[in-house]
Design a protein around this ligand. Structure first.
Ligand code: HEM
Length: 426
């Protein structure tokens, strides 16, 4: 399977302008900004009509079907369907950016390609973040999380979103990868800037994003050169060995980009989940008390936060042929998004789906918040344990914690979502 089919039907050079009407909605007369502000309300209303939301948008001088799936079952089917593919590189081309450092990250990345190329790029990292590996690291992760929280205890207050959830996860990942302490701020800062390239950013920001993407590539190249000569990181040693063992061997650019992708895929997703978890639990004190008194509820709180406010709104795909998802036939050359927001509040699966309840037991064995199929999240075990250890640390070290200004708000219908500040007092 290749992405060639997309290029056959779309000449991206024909239209280099952004298309504002891509954002228009025809089922309800509601602006994208309104959908982003109250996504759950709109999905609940749309679901009353259908679990597939159809739109046709005019893009690149042609009509493209855009479908959004709200049912858990259809989303699962889409993500494992053999006749769909990723289209990030094409998306950037449609927006008028056929080449450049950001496009270079996409072209050489793991989330952007399918089939054998994808498998080759994923393989060298596949064994590094499995649950058994992360379980072995759990005592170190516990220490890391607590070390990060402790300095704030004396201060008596904290903005969880910006002071803990934004800084702890990328620092932890750097320490697992083996990025030297003195480089962490530089690397994380660049990754944060480049990650804007994963959104539908205003094209005026292209220069800054490209500069960050180019600097990241340069940094990882130097990091791996140092590792080859006098490296101390077990993770990087193993990664380099695995990258040269796949057939054909990963190119230098491919080797650098998979490491960068880890940071791009993890920082905001984990930040949002940690912030939402603390905020949702403190907003319903009984559930916080339950968890504080009995650590057995911490796992349920992690799963429920991920269900109730998933940090990734949609997983989009492009259809390479006509496909059938249950009773729905979707034509070839359409964009179809699995709405994780919709799927994770699907009343067919979850009792009282609009209620945040850490004692619920109706979870699937594989949580759909991490996607499905070949592109299922590589870092799910790390993310899950990070959030688990964070809740455990806050419950133990800050027994009197409360929200200062009310709960955080989580917005966004698609892509990586946004979360507001979350001030707490200890
Ligand atoms: C709560 C935190 C996280 C959530 C909710 C999350 C969610 C997801 C989802 C939904 C996908 C699939 C996207 C798609 O199929 O279109 C994905 C892919 C990915 N995630 Fe995560 N993620 C999280 C944390 C992490 C962490 C901590 C890492 C790395 C250490 C990571 C690395 C990746 C990578 C590399 C991919 C691409 C996999 C591929 O294309 O084969 N994620 N993630």
């Amino acid at each position: 399977m290749t992405n060639a089919a997309i290029n056959q039907v779309v000449d991206y050079r024909a239209d280099l302008k952004p298309r504002p009407h891509l954002a228009e909605v025809d089922i309800f007369d509601v602006a994208e900004v309104e959908l982003d502000a109250h996504p759950h309300n709109y999905i609940a209303r749309m679901r009353e009509r259908s679990d597939v939301w159809r739109r046709t948008v005019s893009a690149v001088n042609r009509e493209i079907g855009v479908y959004t799936l709200f049912s858990h079952d259809k989303c699962t089917q889409l993500l494992t369907h053999p006749e769909v593919c990723q289209f990030y590189t094409q998306l950037l081309m449609w927006r008028g950016v056929p080449v450049g450092p950001l496009q270079n990250l996409f072209v050489n990345g793991m989330p952007t390609v399918d089939g054998t190329v994808h498998r080759r790029r994923r393989k060298p990292l596949a064994g590094t973040f499995t649950m058994p590996v992360i379980k072995r690291l759990q005592p170190d992760i516990r220490r890391f999380v607590r070390d990060h929280l402790t300095p704030y205890l004396a201060r008596g207050e904290m903005n969880v979103a910006t002071e803990f959830a934004k800084t702890m996860p990328p620092r932890l990942l750097c320490s697992i990868i083996g990025i030297p302490e003195e480089d962490v701020d530089y690397f994380v800062g660049l990754a944060r800037q480049a990650a804007v390239g994963l959104t539908l950013f205003p094209l005026e920001q292209m220069g800054d994003i490209d500069a960050a993407a180019a600097a990241l590539m340069g940094y990882v190249e130097r990091l791996l050169d140092r590792q080859r000569t006098h490296g101390q990181s077990d993770f990087l040693r193993q990664y380099l060995q695995s990258a040269s063992a796949v057939d054909p061997e990963l190119t230098p650019a491919e080797t650098y980009v998979q490491l960068i992708d880890l940071m791009l895929a993890s920082a905001e997703t984990t930040r949002m989940t940690i912030t939402n978890a603390i905020s949702l639990l403190l907003a319903d004190r009984r559930q916080w008390d339950l968890l504080s008194q009995d650590a057995l509820f911490i796992g349920g709180a992690v799963n429920e936060t991920l269900r109730y406010e998933p940090s990734v709104g949609t997983c989009p795909r492009f259809t390479l042929a006509d496909i059938e998802l249950g009773d729905e036939r979707i034509p070839a050359n359409s964009i179809v998004s699995a709405s994780l927001l919709g799927a994770l509040r699907d009343p067919a699966l979850f009792a009282d789906p609009q209620v945040f309840n850490i004692t619920r037991t109706d979870f699937q064995r594989k949580h759909l918040v991490f996607g499905g199929g070949a592109h299922r999240c590589l870092g799910e075990s790390l993310a899950w344990i990070e959030v688990f250890e964070t809740l455990s640390a806050f419950a133990e070290l800050t027994p009197n914690i409360r929200l200062r200004d009310g709960p955080a708000t989580c917005t966004g219908l698609s892509g990586i979502r946004q979360v507001s500040d979350c001030h707490v007092i200890f």
